[in-house]
Design a protein around this ligand. Structure first.
Ligand SMILES: [Zn+2]
Length: 86
């Protein structure tokens, strides 16, 4: 997907709500977290998805036990449609 490049001067700094580090973003609304946290979040989602695929009928508590991903975050993934439980 080709996006037009914006000037570097358009960069804005925001504080990541997760790790409290500052990070820059360029256009539109700031991402939910810094690139590092987003990457970690994505890795957790992938991990949870894998477990769901391999363990039909698994619930949020079991997912938490096996992945270490907080139940609250698993519920959020469900709400936002990132994952689906049977
Ligand atoms: Zn962060």
């Amino acid at each position: 997907m080709a996006k037009k490049m914006d000037k570097a001067s358009d960069a804005r700094q925001v504080r990541c709500p997760k790790c409290k580090d500052f990070y820059e973003f360029f256009v539109g609304l700031p991402p939910k977290a810094c690139p590092e946290c987003l990457q970690k979040r994505e890795a957790q989602i992938q991990h949870v998805r894998e477990l769901i695929r391999e363990n039909k009928g698994i619930n949020a508590m079991e997912l938490n036990k096996h992945t270490g991903v907080p139940v609250g975050f698993i519920m959020k993934m469900l709400q936002e449609g990132d994952i689906e439980l049977a």
